[in-house]
Design a protein around this ligand. Structure first.
Ligand code: SF4
Length: 430
């Protein structure tokens, strides 16, 4: 595959040539593409396939694979993203081409580590299985004959060549750490949050990673660099102004070992930096889940990272118990963690803490978690509620004071609830 800055001339191939290239709607991806492709198309194809694979992952843990619901939801997504969805559609050259090229782009992006490789292969296998099962008997026979099932996966060996291409490597790195959605760099809620709301919000609407950072900040009156970046940018994303951020961090830090002067000289700079007021004046965007999960793992004394990825499962279990998640819910979360579905584990946590059985979005970003939570709590969207259990373990648990119980007010804190009522309105969709 070669890449060009020029826009590709569409429809270069005609008639039989197109048919020769992709005689089947299903592919075994035996040969990498050899045509020129523009960087814009490269990125668009990759992002669409990533979207598709994320849906495959999501459906795979939410429905029985192969069930009618699974199949119809997957087909809907495949059609929406314009990948080949029906084996018998004759002229779907563009869809087949997109399928072929996008598969190889993600192969490049996802062959860079064992974790990424495993995730990619799992989703591609599920996608392939779905498509294969949709073929008629005749087409299965034709397909197997055509692909002549003997091949070896070689993409990682192409990496050195690709890595020397300065245009592609950042793109590929970005893709494998990327998520598909807004980057929360534009804060429509700037200045709408009061600092005194943050603790209550951390219980009601922060994802576990941010709730953990908020608690660690209160407990230690300090966070190391990784935590300050992850949490600081998240807070910026939910609408804290620079002045508020300075006040917020200073208030906590000076309760610990840092005096006001040291804070102003040392830490204030990095906060202004996060807001693009220092250094290269980059307006930094809040971290996505993939970035948090895949880069800069926390070490001893750090509180950043994703608790579903980076916490010891036993500690995670204790934490969830202390947050009054019912035992069945904890088991479900831990199962997802075991299968390395960290974002889905977080979605399950959202479901359990918001008492809904369908969260209605695919989680990719901590700020998305916050925005969706606020939308839901403010009634901005209808979400189906789970039927309540005869005697819910959550109720039982909430009547016991857990030894691990954290000092942050719980969601039943009526004072905080009242305070937040007005705030919820700011997060409903325009
Ligand atoms: Fe945070 Fe994302 Fe991990 Fe959830 S999945 S805890 S939002 S990093």
């Amino acid at each position: 595959m070669e890449f060009s800055r020029e826009k590709r001339l569409k429809g270069r191939l005609a008639g039989d040539r197109r048919g020769d290239l992709y005689p089947h709607s299903l592919q075994f991806y035996l040969q990498p593409p050899t045509e020129n492709i523009s960087l814009a198309e490269f990125e668009n194809f990759a992002i669409d396939r990533l979207k598709l694979l994320k849906v495959v992952e999501n459906l795979g843990v939410s429905y029985v694979k192969g069930s009618d619901e699974y199949k119809s939801k997957l087909e809907r997504e495949i059609r929406k993203l314009k990948f080949p969805y029906k084996a018998l559609v004759e002229d779907d050259y563009d869809a087949r081409r997109k399928d072929h090229i996008s598969h190889f782009i993600l192969r490049l992006a996802y062959c860079q580590s064992e974790d990424l490789r495993r995730w990619f292969i799992q989703q591609e296998m599920d996608l392939f299985r779905y498509r294969f099962n949709a073929l008629t008997g005749d087409l299965v026979e034709k397909f197997l004959k055509y692909v002549n099932l003997s091949y070896g996966a070689l993409t990682a060996r192409s990496l050195p060549a690709v890595q020397s291409d300065e245009r592609l490597q950042p793109l590929l790195n970005h893709l494998s750490h990327s998520y598909v959605g807004p980057d929360y760099s534009i804060q429509k809620n700037v200045g709408k949050i009061s600092l005194e709301h943050i603790d209550a919000l951390s219980v009601k609407s922060f994802p576990l990673c941010m709730r953990q950072l908020n608690k660690a900040l209160h407990d230690n009156h300090h966070l190391r660099h990784g935590g300050r970046m992850q949490y600081g940018l998240f807070l910026k994303g939910i609408g804290l102004t620079l002045e508020q951020a300075l006040q917020f961090w200073k208030f906590e830090f000076i309760k610990g070992k840092v005096d006001a002067d040291k804070f102003d000289k040392g830490y204030a700079y990095s906060i202004r930096h996060n807001y693009g007021k220092e250094g290269k004046r980059t307006d930094y965007t809040p971290f996505s889940c993939m970035k948090i999960i895949l880069s800069n793992p926390p070490s001893q004394g750090d509180y950043h990272g994703c608790p579903f990825r980076h916490s010891d499962p036993e500690l995670l279990k204790q934490k969830l118990q202390s947050y009054k998640i019912p035992p069945t819910g904890i088991t479900q979360v831990l199962e997802l963690v075991k299968g390395m579905h960290y974002q889905l584990a977080c979605q399950k946590y959202f479901q359990l803490t918001h008492d809904v059985d369908d969260i209605g979005f695919s989680l990719n970003h901590p700020n998305q978690y916050f925005a969706e939570s606020q939308k839901l709590l403010s009634g901005g969207r209808e979400v189906k509620k789970e039927p309540s259990e005869p005697e819910s373990s959550q109720q039982k648990l909430s009547s016991q004071k857990s030894t691990n119980s954290c000092s942050i007010p719980t969601s039943s804190n009526t004072e905080a609830d009242t305070e937040l009522e007005g705030l919820d309105a700011y997060f409903t969709e325009d």
